[in-house]
Design a protein around this ligand. Structure first.
Ligand SMILES: [Zn+2]
Length: 332
């Protein structure tokens, strides 16, 4: 992410960085919170670059001086990044960081550390960090990143300046994908599936995603015909295509957007729909579902998504969902 992108996507963050540096009021600890894909880590790196940049003429980091380049490549001796070791950030990692920070800064007068997924700190790690935050050194800056603010110890939150990253508007991601030449039918869905422009672009370029879209439509068409046919789609196509939780989650999202489309058609808001090529099928089936039924179906899909995390057998999960999506249906 460039400084320009930060200014466009998270203007309040760019402004906070500029003001704190201009006024010499850089806090000891920041907590960047917001959804995946909102650019928290990129913003933390831009902040670090701005603090260490050797060119002090502009508000944005130059990106070309030796400090900017070393931060970009993760080689600056006074800028440290802590990431989870496996599933958690361990006490030892925080202790190492503390040890590192008791030494004076190697080259600059400051030291900065970034803790990615700070919510994944073990209790012991969090307590170590807390002690560290309680004895702030004027020369130390901490930036904690999290997608789950509620999972951070309140005592840690209270010692940080909390900066919230806003979700990017779907339209903005969609417009970006269209500019890159992504076909509308894929761009519109990819922009809804993820809030990360880069991820959305990669998804739209992946044949797997286009195929996923087809299977979702196939399932919907089968659901409108016979229960058995829908089961066949699950067994023959769905389960072999969506093979892990992440893929299943995308598949269920795609199905959710399809039912949302149906609701749009029912409400006479056809310009909102994502599955343009299914418009005729939607128009036909609008007489078969009530708004309430569609809402129930969407709820069932969301419940299935939540069940992904309970390690339920995927086949059972999908078969139960198909049953729920057939409930109250006017078909036999
Ligand atoms: Zn620079």
């Amino acid at each position: 992410m460039s400084w320009k992108m930060l200014e466009t996507n998270q203007p309040h963050v760019a402004k906070m960085i500029v003001n704190s540096i201009r006024k010499g009021r850089v806090a000891h600890a920041y907590l960047f919170e917001g959804q995946k894909g909102t650019g928290k880590k990129e913003a933390a790196l831009l902040f670090a670059k701005r603090l260490f940049c050797l060119t002090n003429v502009h508000d944005d980091p130059c990106e070309t001086c030796v400090n900017c380049r070393r931060i970009q490549s993760g080689n600056h001796p006074d800028v440290h990044l802590v990431v989870p070791d496996g599933n958690s950030i361990k006490k030892q990692q925080i202790e190492q960081l503390q040890e590192e920070f008791t030494k004076t800064a190697v080259e600059s007068s400051r030291k900065l550390y970034i803790i990615e997924h700070a919510d994944q700190m073990t209790v012991q790690a969090a307590n170590s960090l807390l002690k560290f935050l309680e004895e702030p050194s004027a020369k130390t800056v901490a930036i904690l990143l999290t997608e789950q603010l509620h999972r951070i110890l309140p005592t840690i939150v209270s010692r940080c300046q909390v900066i919230s990253f806003r979700k990017l508007p779907t339209e903005q991601i969609y417009a970006h994908l269209q500019k890159q030449g992504v076909p509308r039918e894929l761009a519109i869905l990819a922009a809804r599936v993820t809030n990360n422009v880069q991820e959305a672009f990669q998804l739209s370029q992946d044949d797997w995603f286009a195929q996923a879209r087809k299977i979702v439509i196939q399932l919907y068409e089968a659901l409108n015909k016979q229960y058995v046919q829908a089961l066949l789609v699950i067994q023959q196509h769905w389960l072999s295509h969506f093979t892990n939780k992440e893929q299943m989650s995308i598949g269920l999202d795609l199905l959710l957007y399809l039912y949302k489309d149906l609701l749009y058609v029912l409400l006479g808001e056809e310009q909102q729909i994502a599955y343009d090529d299914c418009i005729n099928e939607f128009r036909r089936s609008r007489f078969l579902y009530s708004e309430k039924q569609i809402a129930q179906h969407m709820k069932a899909i969301l419940q299935a998504k939540a069940r992904l995390h309970t390690n339920m057998n995927p086949q059972l999960l999908m078969e139960q969902l198909v049953l729920q999506l057939r409930e109250g249906s006017a078909f036999v």
